[in-house]
Design a protein around this ligand. Structure first.
Ligand SMILES: C[S@@+](CC[C@H](N)C(=O)[O-])C[C@H]1O[C@@H](n2cnc3c(N)ncnc32)[C@H](O)[C@@H]1O
Length: 407
């Protein structure tokens, strides 16, 4: 933080005022003062960095990066600017550069618990959980009250199959006083996936939002490249094979539309195509495709019952595996479809029993039970297909596609 001002130092006073507003959460007020300060002193590195952080908090990552890079250019070895740049690059999904920058920050200031955690999370996101363990263990040692650090360690350990360490880390996160409800739900969800507690009936919405916000910048490349993701194309094939013409006729809602990979497959069926997702960053990517007539930021379980008889086709590609109990989703779909409307979706195929939470933190469903659940909600099963949804750890993920008609 900048030095306290002397009475004769109006720039320092302005900075102090801006920082106070920033801390109080008044981002617009803080930004206005940082800008005024930069108008007087365009090379004020603290103001550049802090204004960059305001833009980051407001979700404008390109502008945040531009400003913070200018601060780093003015003071290339200052760990505070390197840490800020590394964290922002991580949020923007620029992972290799984020890792390099965070390592540079930590070379100067290894006791920075937040940068240790950011580095660990970046390495995990780069598919290097074993390299992530050390910085994450350090982050928890440096700041043992940080539930975020314990949860990040739990995720990395889980990916490596270190079940005991993962469970202990998640349990430690859960023990932190005044733990935010979202983090507590995430810790319980992790513990359940590790076999240490009952599976909740859905993945916590905040966890899903955070996961996909983080994933958004590299989602398409990962899914279509390394993971060989084919679910949207397979769902479109199922529709065509069952006589649904790809002639732009239907009112379609793409549930959990993500970045729009599913929208691309659905567009030929749609007179009007809408998308819905929990994650604002996935929606921002979907918006850039130009495929959708409207996009909604919402949880499908809240949204569907509030929009009765609105659509002729509801699709959900690789989405319902974030829900355990599918009864509310099917009830919502039945409500939101017009009479005779269609629901087309995928699930990960599971063993007997309504649903199970897999170690990959996604639910698997039993197709036989799903069929009877669909019937209970007034659907007729038009078609089903057993497919491989994508690759995971070099093995195909077994899935089931269903095409239902509202009776
Ligand atoms: C694996 S992605 C699939 C995206 C897209 N359907 C595709 O095929 O590329 C799953 C998406 O579903 C969204 N999602 C998961 N649960 C949701 C819910 N309850 N309501 C709305 N969106 C949800 C996630 O945010 C994420 O963008």
């Amino acid at each position: 933080m900048p030095r306290p001002p002397t009475p004769q130092d109006p720039s320092a006073l302005l900075l102090q005022e801006a920082v106070a507003l920033h801390r109080a959460g008044d981002l617009a007020g803080a930004a206005e003062r940082y800008r005024r300060l930069l108008a007087r002193q365009p090379r004020h590195a603290d103001a550049l960095n802090l204004l960059g952080l305001v833009h980051r908090q407001q979700g404008d990552l390109p502008q945040a990066l531009r400003l913070i890079r200018r601060a780093v250019a003015l003071a290339p070895d200052a760990p505070v600017f390197l840490a800020s740049l590394g964290g922002t690059l991580a949020e923007a999904g620029q992972l290799p550069e984020a890792a390099r920058t965070l390592r540079a920050a930590l070379a100067h200031r290894p006791q920075d618990a937040v940068s240790q955690r950011n580095l660990g999370q970046v390495l995990c996101a780069m598919g290097q959980p074993s390299a992530a363990l050390e910085p994450l263990r350090r982050a928890t040692a440096l700041d043992p009250a940080s539930a975020e650090a314990w949860l990040a360690l739990a995720h990395a350990a889980r990916e490596l199959g270190l079940v005991a360490e993962a469970a202990e880390a998640a349990a430690t996160a859960l023990r932190q006083p005044e733990l935010a409800a979202g983090l507590a739900a995430q810790a319980r969800f992790l513990l359940a996936a590790l076999g240490e507690g009952p599976a909740p009936d859905r993945a916590p919405a905040a966890y899903v939002r955070e996961l996909f916000d983080q994933y958004a910048p590299r989602f398409d490349a990962e899914l279509e490249g390394r993971l060989g993701y084919r679910t949207p194309a397979l769902l479109a094939d199922l529709l065509r094979e069952n006589g649904i013409p790809a002639e732009n006729r239907l009112a379609v809602l793409d549930l959990g539309c993500g970045t729009g990979l599913s929208g691309r497959a659905l567009r030929p069926f749609a007179a009007r195509l809408e998308g819905l997702d929990l994650s604002p960053r996935m929606l921002a990517e979907a918006g850039r495709t130009g495929l959708y007539d409207a996009l909604h930021e919402a949880d499908l379980l809240d949204f569907l019952p509030r929009h009765p008889a609105c659509w002729e086709l509801l699709a959900a590609a690789d989405v319902l595996n974030y829900l355990g109990d599918l009864s509310p989703a099917l009830a919502g779909m039945a409500a939101a479809l017009r009479p005779g409307g269609l629901a087309a979706f995928s699930v990960e195929r599971g063993v007997a029993g309504a649903y199970a939470l897999g170690p990959g933190l996604r639910y698997r469903h039993d197709p036989a039970l799903l069929r009877s659940l669909a019937a209970r909600h007034g659907f007729i099963v038009l078609a089903e297909a057993e497919v491989a949804l994508r690759q995971e750890r070099d093995a195909p993920v077994p899935g089931q596609l269903l095409l239902l008609r509202k009776g």
